[in-house]
Design a binder for this molecule. Sequence first.
Ligand SMILES: Nc1nc2c(c(=O)[nH]1)N[C@H]1C(S)=C(S)[C@@H](COP(=O)(O)OP(=O)(O)OC[C@H]3O[C@@H](n4cnc5c(=O)[nH]c(N)nc54)[C@H](O)[C@@H]3O)O[C@H]1N2
Ligand SMILES: Nc1nc2c(c(=O)[nH]1)N[C@H]1C(S)=C(S)[C@@H](COP(=O)(O)OP(=O)(O)OC[C@H]3O[C@@H](n4cnc5c(=O)[nH]c(N)nc54)[C@H](O)[C@@H]3O)O[C@H]1N2
Ligand code: SF4
Ligand SMILES: [Mo]
Length: 734
Amino acid sequence: MSLLQWFRSRSGLDTRAAKYAYADDPVLGYTSARKHAERWVNSTCGYCSVGCGMQLGVRENKVVSVRGNPHHPVNRGKLCPKGLAEHYAIEAEGRALYPLLRRDGALTRVSWDDALSTMAERFRAVQEKHGPESIGVISTGQLVTEEFYTLGKLVQLGIGTRHYDGNTTLCMSTAVAGYKRSFGSDGPPGAYQDLELADVILLIGANIAENHPILCTRLEANKSKTLIVVDPRVTKTAMMADLHLPIKPRSDLALINAMLRVIIDEHLYNESYVDAHTSGFDELRSSLEPYTLEYAAGITGLDEPLIRRVAHLCAGARAPFIGWTMGVNHSTKGTETVNAINNLALLTGSVGRAGASPFSITGQCNAMGTREAGFSSSLPGYRKFESEDHRNELAQIWNIDASCIPAARGLAYPDIIEAAVAGRIRALWIIGTNPIVSFPNIDVLRHALGNLDFLVVQDGFHPTPTTELAHLVLPAAIWGEKEGSYTNSERRVSKVNKAVNPPAEARSDFDIFLQLADKLGCREELFPQWQRPSDAFEEWRRVSSGRLCDYSGMTYDAIESSGGIQWPFTATSPDDPSSTRRLYADGHFETEDTRARLIPTHWAPFPEQPSSEFPFVLNTGRTVEHWHTRTKTGAISILQQLSPRAWLEMNPTDAVRLNLKPHDRVDIVSARGRVNRVELRVTEIIAAGQVFLPFHFAETNANQVTQSAFDPISREPNFKQCAVRVEKSPTAHS
Ligand SMILES: Nc1nc2c(c(=O)[nH]1)N[C@H]1C(S)=C(S)[C@@H](COP(=O)(O)OP(=O)(O)OC[C@H]3O[C@@H](n4cnc5c(=O)[nH]c(N)nc54)[C@H](O)[C@@H]3O)O[C@H]1N2
Ligand SMILES: Nc1nc2c(c(=O)[nH]1)N[C@H]1C(S)=C(S)[C@@H](COP(=O)(O)OP(=O)(O)OC[C@H]3O[C@@H](n4cnc5c(=O)[nH]c(N)nc54)[C@H](O)[C@@H]3O)O[C@H]1N2
Ligand code: SF4
Ligand SMILES: [Mo]
């Protein structure tokens, strides 16, 4: 489908009318000869983790169009609306063009040399005064793997602080923690093909129709599946389901535990698999004692026979696929819920078989890359900080003393922010994330950033709500302007290529990292003779060799020619590079005894229950047209026109009670703050007692009201529930 056809399907205009209506539009003015490409550059989409292969059409050093790569194994030529419009981000207004240093209160243009010398001097001065660990670094899931690998070494070994984390802790850290506890290592075991091969697909808190649209086409292709969607809202994905379970917020753990109990009590589990490949069955069984159908029905709001039916469907399936995303991860009970999902997969012997997998659908284009290579929550190659052997291995490859490598991970993202509030973190470097929109309970973050001696923000756009607060802004090249690789949700490594030069003085993150290393005097030791991302890739291949995420058999050429290669892929991997690979197919896991762990988990009510003062549960999330904090999609006119402002979904019964009408402007108020003048949508998509607000819009920022509550294991925020009231906005301003 072309972007124009897609727009027509949303706008109700026929193609000719749409073309006419937008003939003068700089984005939709399609027929212009300027849009005919002179050459096409293969690359991978830079938005979501599906990892679609695409080709960028270049004319006169501008990217004038994009199209799906018909030979790419992920998307076979298809792209979603964001992908189809991605090239507009490159030329969008608001790109960061020059390094800017705050002088007398104002951000002032400086040379790169000045910018990076100042950064190195200020960081060293802060460290001298307050200790080496008074520096924090927060990165992203949106750089290329080569950049993550370089940044990790630079931060941990060059700057010398452990307090390094990323926006992935707002996103995937729960899945990571859950996989590590159950299977002994991070790494989603399955493959996208499983969506086509499964006979039962259970999606929990994952709205893939909006957020992973091209993955959704695989669901549609599978005509013989039973699709079960667990989501408190009737999302577009729920509308596709055979069974939608409109579960009460954060009651998933009670649902899954009751299913596990049915499966054990009725002896529906795969006894030989459990005996041969798991540990902890007896403890799991006794922990499930309270989870009768009656108890779970009371907590979840679902009927007892329905819960039993879903348990039978999963246990009786030939190949059950269990996928989840933020409806699970964004919770103080997130890690435990992931463990319960893994328990379900293990009891039915459904890990790493064709069609069967407990599969965390990741979010950002390269959240996986930072997990593999990043050196923040693990040592590179999923190695453990605590393991002396692992530290020794790395020290040998890097030719450094093992004592330089930290033996415990540093603070996680929310704890770095708390340390900044407390004055223990004095300088912060933020790369490729926009926390003033995306971090929960934003006033705490504002306070933290206001406390710092020095704040560096490295972004492709300026001004953003976060760059505006910086002492130093470093302008970065973005997707389309740099080279490297991304890993998608199914562990497929795909090539990212440069089509055009970055604007003005913007530089790739890779170049910025190496030049800062120069200023810090550690370039030769850490990055000997490195010039290009391929130098980092070559070292990373060696570092990953022998690990679960083994890249040793990959080369840039092989990745390019096959469209993408799933790890593990060694030099002796016998099969075709583009073929499908799964983890743990032999039932051997990454634990010490090779058995997967069945882990007891316990449901508890979510923090901040509704009260008479704040009677609604606020749910927050996404829409298909926008990407996160909208630095990119907000500047793309077609996407912005389709979804120009935030809205609040409210059930008709609540709207009647509050005397509110569709399109009224409402304020959303929590114990922490207020979001003003959001358009009301009265809709049965949302259940009574709950409201939903997208978090994309800085001007009506959902995180003004969300809470500082974090999963004790993964440190991920509880973004999906907090207590609010809804008031009609004062008419004086309308
Ligand atoms: N268009 C678009 N696509 C994106 C992104 C984007 O910004 N825009 N971002 C990417 C990223 S980084 C991510 S992480 C993914 C996120 O992808 P998703 O996780 O699909 O996105 P969300 O809308 O945050 O949340 C998913 C669903 O969780 C449900 N939910 C809320 N509370 C509960 C609960 O208690 N239980 C259950 N079972 N469900 C609940 C919500 O109602 C929502 O429908 O999307 C990726 N793709
Ligand atoms: N209430 C609520 N809050 C949420 C969520 C929710 O569901 N509800 N979801 C959470 C989740 S899952 C996520 S992943 C986060 C996302 O939150 P953020 O990471 O803050 O969102 P982005 O808008 O993707 O920010 C990426 C930034 O990097 C810049 N950028 C893009 N490409 C490059 C590059 O190549 N180099 C550099 N240096 N910069 C670049 C962009 O301009 C942008 O400013 O939000 C979280 N916050
Ligand atoms: S589904 Fe994701 S990766 Fe594919 S085109 Fe859309 S945003 Fe890009
Ligand atoms: Mo995310």
